[in-house]
Design a protein around this ligand. Structure first.
Ligand SMILES: Nc1ncnc2c1ncn2[C@@H]1O[C@H](COP(=O)(O)OP(=O)(O)OP(=O)(O)O)[C@@H](O)[C@H]1O
Ligand SMILES: [Mg+2]
Length: 521
């Protein structure tokens, strides 16, 4: 080695990305306000911040989707100005978005080759399947190259997105909330993949709201609050969950909830021996019976895909049951139009906020009146009383702390947390007798989670029967009065004083009575 190749300062870390003074303004909001962000070669750098703090915006700029208003970006010491994602990929930057951009009817390999010049003839696909399999093996990203996308689990689809970027030679990865869509076991394998990628010389930017994940996977952390940096590249080992929460929301966040002891009332929601098929025509629910009492939170735990979604859909009228029935205050609501459940007082916070829970192109106002526009005072004969509608929406905006330029803003422009507040405000303002909440805090920041938890407990106080379907065990244990566990469409048991170990066993198919029986476990 000649002297001239020795770095002048051996202590100076090698930055692969250096963003300085990034400003990005959208109508009515300063999404990035002079943000500095540096990524070192070979690190996992977590980007934290409340919903709407500007994380995705900053990363979309780095990935060539948006242009910054001002500020400079260096990638591998080169001053860059991207006009498209292609430009960013050429510099080795690959972004894995939260919503995958894959073609469901095509194979893994076809999706990976999509947009590249390489030939995609059927006959030649074999050769590329091999290349994809080799790449997958190298990084532990196991997925069948000839499988169609629709046949894959969410975790596998995510691997395809990562492989797509690896195939294009990316060495800087932006992962925008990759764990929000994953089950706990899938998160473990993703983390293994990320560590392998680092081992192979890649660098990773990791966005997540889950502080324990950030603490376990990242080397350094940058925190944004309302578009500004509040902590720049602090070492993970020198900080704590509490400190990070405070940096994110600007106040102390309590991780324990004040759940009042309370006698549950009568059964409001009664699920009786429900059987139902899933989208593929296979049995998803096989005789589920549950009773949810007034003023009770009944938690439903389970690994994703064990019938939770189908159960929520049967209750809300979006899916028919093949057998059994669901009653609300003694009246059947299953196998009836969705409207009849709504009219009788069922509120539904669906898992899929952007498609089922809201209409992206409609305004905040239109979204919050969606369930009540037929009733006075919002309805005026056949028309809508827009003054009433606006004042209703304004009230909810204040009460639920929805941060949005105006109530006429289309909800597709809202951050995840604010969209969830719009849905919650609509569902809870109707004073429901029963509430089905599916993953209500998925993708939310710690402050927003605290807010949603408080709202759910307020509903409990008000006497609503709440069925809380969640994959977050901590959340279930904190909020629920009782926890039922579902496995392959059957209830494994219901426990009052839940502990994580017992729930874990039940989630993998052990019945409660088998655990409590002597000599087992
Ligand atoms: N294309 C856009 N047009 C208008 N406003 C936008 C656009 N994209 C983002 N915003 C606004 O910019 C702000 C920052 O949004 P951004 O999506 O970057 O937040 P985030 O930190 O990724 O939040 P979350 O954790 O909810 O994903 C928000 O107020 C958002 O409503
Ligand atoms: Mg985001």
């Amino acid at each position: 080695m000649t002297l001239s190749t020795i770095p002048t300062d051996l202590n100076e870390p090698n930055f692969v990305v250096d963003m300085q003074g990034i400003v990005k303004r959208f109508p009515g909001v300063l999404a990035n306000d002079h943000v500095d962000f540096e990524l070192r070669q070979g690190e996992i750098h977590a980007l934290l911040g409340e919903n709407g703090a500007g994380k995705s915006t900053l990363m979309n700029i780095l990935a060539g989707l948006y242009n910054q208003d001002t500020g400079v970006i260096h990638v591998k010491e080169q001053n860059v100005s991207f006009n498209s994602p292609k430009d960013a990929i050429d510099m080795g930057i690959g972004m894995v978005h939260q919503h995958f951009m894959l073609v469901p009817t095509q194979t893994v390999t076809e999706n990976i080759l999509l947009g590249l010049d390489e030939p995609r003839f059927r006959l030649r696909l074999n050769k590329y399947d091999k290349k994809v399999a080799q790449l997958g093996n190298k990084f532990g990203l196991l997925v069948d190259p000839s499988a169609k996308i629709w046949q894959l689990s969410v975790g596998e689809q995510q691997r395809v997105e990562i492989l797509k970027m690896l195939y294009r030679g990316a060495d800087i990865f932006i992962m925008d909330e990759p764990t929000a869509v994953l089950a706990p076991s899938e998160i473990d394998s993703l983390f293994d993949n990320l560590r392998t990628m680092i081992h192979e010389g890649k660098s990773i930017i990791f966005i997540s709201h889950k502080l324990q994940e950030v603490m376990s996977i990242s080397d350094r952390i940058t925190v944004l609050r309302k578009g500004k940096v509040t902590a720049e590249g602090i070492e993970t080992k020198n900080t704590t969950r509490q400190e990070l929460a405070k940096l994110m929301v600007g106040r102390d966040v309590v991780f324990t909830l004040d759940k009042k002891v309370k006698e549950a009332g009568d059964i409001v929601l009664s699920i009786e021996n429900v059987h139902a098929l899933n989208d593929k025509g296979l049995p998803a629910l096989q005789g589920v019976s549950l009773g949810v009492h007034s003023g009770e939170v009944l938690g439903l735990a389970g690994v994703a895909g064990n019938g939770q979604r189908e159960l929520a859909q049967v209750i809300s009228g979006l899916r028919n049951s093949a057998d059994g029935r669901v009653l609300l205050n003694g009246q059947q609501i299953s196998n009836r139009p969705v409207r009849s459940g709504i009219d009788r007082g069922v509120a539904y916070i669906p898992e899929d906020r952007t498609h089922v829970g809201s209409s992206p192109n409609l305004s905040v106002t239109d979204n919050v009146i969606m369930k009540i526009y037929r009733n006075p005072p919002i309805s005026k004969g056949l028309a809508i009383n827009s003054a009433e509608a606006s004042s209703f929406a304004e009230d909810l905006k204040v009460k639920y702390d929805i941060i949005v330029p105006t109530i006429e803003t289309p909800v597709r422009l809202l951050s995840g947390g604010n969209l969830q507040r719009v849905i919650l405000s609509r569902e809870l303002s109707g004073k429901p007798s029963a509430l089905i909440a599916v993953q209500p805090t998925r993708g939310l920041d710690v402050g927003a989670i605290e807010g949603v938890h408080k709202l759910l407990l307020e509903q409990r106080e008000a006497g609503t029967a709440i069925l809380l379907i969640s994959e977050e065990l901590e959340e279930l244990i904190a909020l629920s009065d009782r926890i039922a566990v579902i496995y392959e469409g059957q209830i494994m048991g219901i426990i009052e004083d839940a502990d994580i170990e017992t729930i874990g066993l039940m989630m993998t198919g052990t019945k409660l009575e088998e655990i409590s029986a002597p000599g087992v476990g």
